[in-house]
Ligand binder design. Sequence first.
Ligand code: NAD
Ligand code: WQD
Length: 336
Amino acid sequence: MILVTGGAGFIGSHTCIALAQAGIPHLILDNFANSRRSVLERLGRITGAPPLCIEGDVRDADVLARVFAQHPIAGVIHFAALKAVGESVREPLRYYDNNVAGTVTLLRAMQAAGVRTLVFSSSATVYGEPASVPIREDFPLSATNPYGWTKLMMEQVLADVDAAEPGQWRIARLRYFNPVGAHESGLIGEDPQGEPGNLMPYVAQVAAGRRAALSVYGNDYPTPDGTGVRDYIHVCDLAEGHVAALGYLREHAGLLTVNLGTGQPVSVLEMVRAFEQASGRAVPYQVVARRPGDVAQCWADPALAERLLGWRTRHGVERMCADVWRWQNGVARTLA
Ligand code: NAD
Ligand code: WQD
């Protein structure tokens, strides 16, 4: 059985579907700090039965000890974290406590229980301002905000843990690029509280008429149309990357670090146009100043993940937009 911390969240919930489809039993641990309990019932409608779930915090050593004592946990997928960049600048201690201290507490509990298989949610944010694109795993690492520092610190903690007990741990550090999309059923998807900070949910809410217009953060970047370029990856492809990583770790001890992206650069305006196509709605926008801390381009070289995991993405931007639109227009509207 796989313990999925943060399994009620955006990427975690889609990964629970991929686990169910792969026949891998799993148990969610989530404190619902950024998700809803109703996702469990909606997951059940997709997979046939709601996933097992314990409400609790990864910083709570007693809860973790109970979970490992009472369930035959063979490995952990660790999504639980806070992820809002701007909020992390305003409340750094909350982020270091939740993300870094939470991970340390989890690792201690795993060590005590003799569970040493971990798939960890890292981020392309660890590449900071990349010197060139596409980005390979051996590029220099840096951070520009506390959220990014928490990811870099946790990556370091994992490397040190692996080095201290060589050959004992099986750890995958998965560096996600820009996860978007929703399950094709329209029953689960990204469900941001308040004003979305990320492009895709903002565009979706503009198309749905919930917000008047998108602010495009700068059109004077050194990119083909001047707007920021990213590597958007469908959350269902990303979810399958976790199942592939678990398969890899069954065969290989040690520390694996891979990018999970498509390798396809997409600009803000290309995404706006793709969403207009998929939704049949206009997405009005105005160009405003650059957002501080944004990089011009960030997209992956996914070759290592393809080679080591035998995993590659299947869905393009059209499908990402179509799935987000189905979600936005259906269940997401009733949750708002
Ligand atoms: P999310 O907020 O939707 O999901 C995170 C889940 O973890 C939520 O259900 C939340 O309630 C839970 N959680 C948070 N702190 C917890 C704690 N202390 N104890 C128990 N549960 C806790 O976020 P997501 O987009 O699904 O991201 C999942 C992971 O992927 C995070 O680690 C995030 O940093 C990482 N990541 C996300 C993105 C992205 O753009 N979405 C990109 C790169 C990496
Ligand atoms: C994408 C592009 C914006 C909103 C962030 C985090 C990163 C990772 C994923 C977790 C950029 C532009 C956006 C808007 C816009 N999270 N944009 N108007 O910044 O690549 O990555 O989420 O690890 O750490 O920093 O994603 O979706 O915010 O922005 O013009 O209202 O859209 O400038 O070019 P980003 P994003």
